[in-house]
Design a protein around this ligand. Structure first.
Ligand code: GMT
Length: 371
């Protein structure tokens, strides 16, 4: 198939998932045109001859100074040009705003079927906002297919937008060769303690990373020889640094910034910690689990579809710091539990989220749309 896949190039989960999907489809022989306004983050470390990157030309003009270049139109024009040039079979847009609208517009010109994959805030934050809602709603009701990354999200979409539409659930693809257990020397980053917890996020308020720092400080009172590795960057990173200082644990909280290869960090962690207030899937939970590292996260959104409580990780009530602390201590004290949960986590990912399986599900979905 000749497939146009549009995504954000940034470190966020939808861009990573879309690029991983592009890679998996390319490995299966499909001809992939990845469309974005910059090189997608993951494409900097993977490549395949069946993938071409088609950049949207962000053409500005003095009149647009206050509103920015009209990206929706620029991306729509790019999708029209690509569809015509390569005779694309289908356009699969990841994240509904704004390029779901671009693809819908492109279809009016070229008739190329449009499949939107919704990822989270495009639905439950931006999509429901009256500033976007009338157009996003119209587009979702009229595109050829909608998929999303969890059953939770499917219910959200049906409830808020497309009551009569069939919404396909296709979980995010995980590269189980990239994310796996590593034996032997793995410490290629600064690490002060042998025992660590890890957190990976964009430090947006929805991730509530300060809550992780606070919980870690509680655990340190009982288990002094541990560290916390924080990966990523974003609006609340400084707040976390200040908090670690104020709580007197600054020397054991290591900030690693944005990293392209974090398998060693997952491997060095007793658990991956999340405090997200919403998460439609939780890519980093599944990545850690693929590395045989249990994840601990709140019971929100699609998290219970990724973590099976007490089997391959722990789920706690959102905001319940005591529970998070007690699960962290349980894993520190019981190495066998950590190992067995880790093995179960890997099994869960390989059985349900492996890139190769997910790519087949996408192809089946595309075929259904094209029937
Ligand atoms: O929705 C967002 O906030 C951004 C989006 C992204 O591009 O990072 O994240 C969402 O998509 C990821 C990939 O499907 C999911 O793993 C995240 O759970 C989801 N984030 C939220 O729902 C907050």
């Amino acid at each position: 198939m000749k497939i146009g896949i549009n995504c954000f190039p940034t470190v966020g989960g939808s861009g990573i998932a879309a690029t991983q999907l592009a890679f998996e489809l390319a490995k299966k022989g499909h001809d992939i045109h990845l469309v974005s306004y910059d090189t997608p983050f993951l494409l900097r470390s993977i490549r395949h001859p069946n993938i071409t990157l088609d950049l949207v030309d962000v053409l500005s003009y003095p009149l647009f100074r206050d509103i920015g270049a009209p990206y929706t139109i620029l991306a729509a024009s790019k999708l029209v040009n690509l569809s015509k040039k390569w005779n694309l079979d289908i356009l699969n847009v990841h994240y509904a705003i704004p390029t779901g609208v671009s693809a819908y517009l492109a279809k009016q010109v070229t008739d190329t079927p449009v499949a939107i994959t919704a990822h989270g805030s495009d639905i439950h934050i931006l999509g429901i906002d009256p500033s976007y809602n009338p157009i996003v709603s119209h587009v979702l009701q009229n595109v050829d297919g909608i998929s999303t990354v969890s059953k939770y999200m499917k219910n959200e979409i049906i409830d808020k937008f497309a009551r009569n539409k069939n919404v396909e659930v296709i979980y995010n693809p995980i590269d189980t060769e990239r994310y796996k257990k590593i034996e032997g020397q793995i410490c290629d980053f600064r690490m002060k303690y042998e025992t660590n917890f890890a957190h990976v996020s964009n430090f947006r308020p929805v991730k509530d990373t300060p809550f992780i720092v606070e919980a870690f400080a509680e655990v340190v009172k009982q288990k002094p020889n541990i560290g916390l590795i924080l990966v990523g960057d974003g609006p609340e990173r400084k707040k976390c640094e200040d908090l670690a200082n104020n709580l007197g644990i600054a020397s054991r909280v290591i900030f690693q910034g944005v990293r392209s290869y974090i398998t060693p960090i997952y491997n060095c962690a007793t658990a991956l910690l999340s405090a997200s207030k919403n998460e439609s899937f939780g890519l980093t939970l599944a990545e850690a689990m693929a590395c045989e590292t249990p994840a601990i996260a709140p019971r929100i959104g699609g998290v219970p579809e990724v973590i099976d409580h007490e089997k391959n990780g722990f789920i706690y009530k959102l905001g319940d710091k005591e529970s998070l602390v007690s699960y962290m201590i349980q894993l520190l004290e019981d190495r066998d539990l950590k190992d067995s949960m880790g093995e179960e986590g890997r099994k869960k990912v390989v059985g349900n989220f492996k890139g190769d399986i997910i790519a087949d599900q996408y192809v089946n979905w595309y075929n259904k749309i094209l029937e």
